[in-house]
Ligand binder design. Structure first.
Ligand code: GDP
Ligand code: MG
Length: 174
């Protein structure tokens, strides 16, 4: 079986969306990324097992974050979403709520369910940690995320794990 899924990456500027995609797709990290305005996307093919191949289109909102919302066109036909924040910056955690509300107000699965969405607490290689774990747990439950992961695009922590989890969620919601 082959599947094609569109997966969105959203969240405040600077939280590491592009870095997460680069780590996941090309297994590299840099402190500097080409700054693109508009929407950029990357492709990744994942062989889940001998019979199942998943093609992912990873959409990066390069430079549009400052508007705080995305257009319906961007969200259209997405199968899943990654909302990222910077674990060292509380403001970006609080903004995740707004991004989730924007997502849920603009797109649903064909059956009407919300699009499966994980929350990613990126830059876990850094200190400090202004948001306690229990608060993130509660936030995830209150705002309808399927789960959350601490990640580091820099040190390649949990990026594959989070994405694999999300892919299985999508397969089970189809
Ligand atoms: P975006 O605006 O959300 O796409 O953020 P970028 O991917 O451009 O990352 C913003 C900055 O944070 C860049 O300098 C990245 O190198 C850095 N960065 C991204 N992820 C990590 C991470 O996991 N750890 C550390 N230490 N820095 C990161
Ligand atoms: Mg970016």
């Amino acid at each position: 079986m082959e599947f094609l899924f569109k997966i969105l990456f959203v969240g405040e500027a600077g939280v590491g969306k592009t870095a997460l995609i680069r780590r996941y797709v090309d297994n590299v990290f840099s402190y500097k990324y080409r700054y693109t305005i508009g929407v950029d996307f990357a492709l990744k093919v994942v062989d889940l097992d001998e019979k199942t191949t998943v093609r992912l289109q990873l959409w990066d909102i390069a430079g549009q974050e400052r508007f705080g919302v995305m257009t319906r066109v961007y969200y259209k036909e997405s199968a899943a979403c990654v909302i990222a924040f910077d674990i060292t910056e509380r403001r970006t955690f609080e903004a995740a709520k707004k991004w989730k509300a924007d997502l849920d107000s603009k797109v649903h699965l064909p059956n009407g369910d919300p699009v499966p969405c994980i929350l990613v607490a990126n830059k876990c290689d850094l200190e400090p940690r202004p948001v306690p774990r229990e608060e993130i747990d509660q936030f995830v439950r209150d705002n309808g995320f399927v789960d959350w992961f601490e990640t580091s695009a820099k040190d390649a922590i949990n990026v594959d794990k989070a994405m694999k989890f999300l892919i299985y969620k999508v397969l089970n919601s189809n």
